[in-house]
Write a protein that binds this ligand. Sequence first.
Ligand code: FAD
Length: 492
Amino acid sequence: MTKKVVIIGAGLAGSIVAYYLHETTDITILTKGKRNESNSMLAQGGIASVIDPLDDKKDHIRDTLIAGAFHNDEKAVNFLVNEGPEVVKHLIDEGMAFDCDDKGNLDLGLEGAHSFSRILHAGGDRTGQRVTEFVQNKLNSRIKWIESAMATEWVTKEGRVVGLRYLDRDEQMKTLEADIFVLASGGVGQLFNVTSNDKNITGDGLAMTMRANGELMDLEFLQFHPTLLATEADVHPILISEAVRGDGAVLINDQEEQIMSGRHEKGNLAPRDIVSRIVFEHLKKGERIYLDISKVNDFEHHFPFITEYLQQIKYPYRETSKIPIQPGMHFMMGGVKTDLEGRTSLGNLYAVGEVACTGVHGANRLASNSLLEILAFGRSTALTINTQLSENKSVPKKAKSITVKKEVSLKLPDRSFLIDKATMTLGVVRNIPEIKSFLSWLSSYQFERLPETVNKEELEVANLSLVAQEIARATLNRHKSVGAHYLVEEKV
Ligand SMILES: Cc1cc2nc3c(=O)[nH]c(=O)nc-3n(C[C@H](O)[C@H](O)[C@H](O)COP(=O)(O)OP(=O)(O)OC[C@H]3O[C@@H](n4cnc5c(N)ncnc54)[C@H](O)[C@@H]3O)c2cc1C
């Protein structure tokens, strides 16, 4: 009988695991929105990969470790840099079209804190969309998609995941059984009031795994991208990719002074946490900060997605050559702890992508390493699942027959109040008294356990609260600033 695999998430992580498994297993992909809604579809800059013969894997490893403040797992970094390009090459062989220069060679870009131009991109700044769609289009028609469905809870037995409960599009609770479950639900961008992330990214997979006593790590390391759009209009603060600075844009204030001058040896391409803090410092003084794009050649051709968006909201970037920016939550380095093959601490559960913590990123992610991580670890996870399924003769436990008695009720904070507080407390700059008071405020609510009946809105707020609490605790446990975790001196 064909073995069953259930994947949560339709981003690149869920899609690539499905790609490497769909010939041998019976796959269901469950996703909160539509299959084309994910952070992966929004990724702009590209995929870091040592492809150019003049580049050196040792340099990519070193750049990754420096960005991660040497908090990275070196084994995982080696794996990323060595395995990732193999998968990139495989996708190119299968027909994936990355952008090329006039001579037909791959047009490799430069991004912040990289020592070499090694960023592959596709469709200009539509890399994530192109790669995710390419992989999804390769999936066979036997794959069962369940869209507009929200995974709510793992059903576990003796430390193994045996089922998945979810709310379907009519908010009815259902249960899925499978031999293997793959968590690819992304990070927690929507915990913050300025974020580049898709609206569905509310930390659900992290919260589900916490409730099942799965192991998580490094939750205090959140990456705030320095350049999200900051217009006065009420529009989504889209990312203005680092590649724009790679192509010559510089950060300036109202007086047209370059704010990165003398602040870091890499200037405008300094690591994201450093640039974010410097921008934050200026904004706190009441200044406005802009990307001056006057030196960027052929901006509209290289950045069609950003151009289209600016035109859509009628922002006069052509007249001023300036785009107003602000830092915002972008990427989560920590997550559900995995090994190099995506195994988690719970049996039958694998995790891939932003929800997982392989240790690759350490305390801060190097630009464009995330899609590469998904390709490298997505493939190894799928291959390991295949091996486990071919060796594993045991009959899976029946999830539907496991009844869990839950006499709990939820007491939830107001969603926007929670987000404001989390933004103030767990953002670019943190301080211990505020984190303690945030935790004490959260302790007056009940969100750790779920009642039998819950709706989507309640579930999202409960998940955001639980993840916020764990981030705050992790932040307190990390007494010193490192990487993207920046503590100002404790004052009391
Ligand atoms: C604007 C932007 C630009 C970026 N640019 C780059 C870049 O150039 N290079 C790079 O390497 N990285 C980039 N990143 C980071 C990278 O895109 C992400 O880390 C990566 O795409 C995450 O992929 P994923 O598949 O793990 O998660 P996602 O792509 O976020 O997908 C998560 C999926 O899980 C689903 N889901 C979530 N919760 C549930 C639930 N409860 N039930 C069911 N489904 C659920 C979501 O709907 C979604 O389909 C960027 C990120 C953003 C936001």
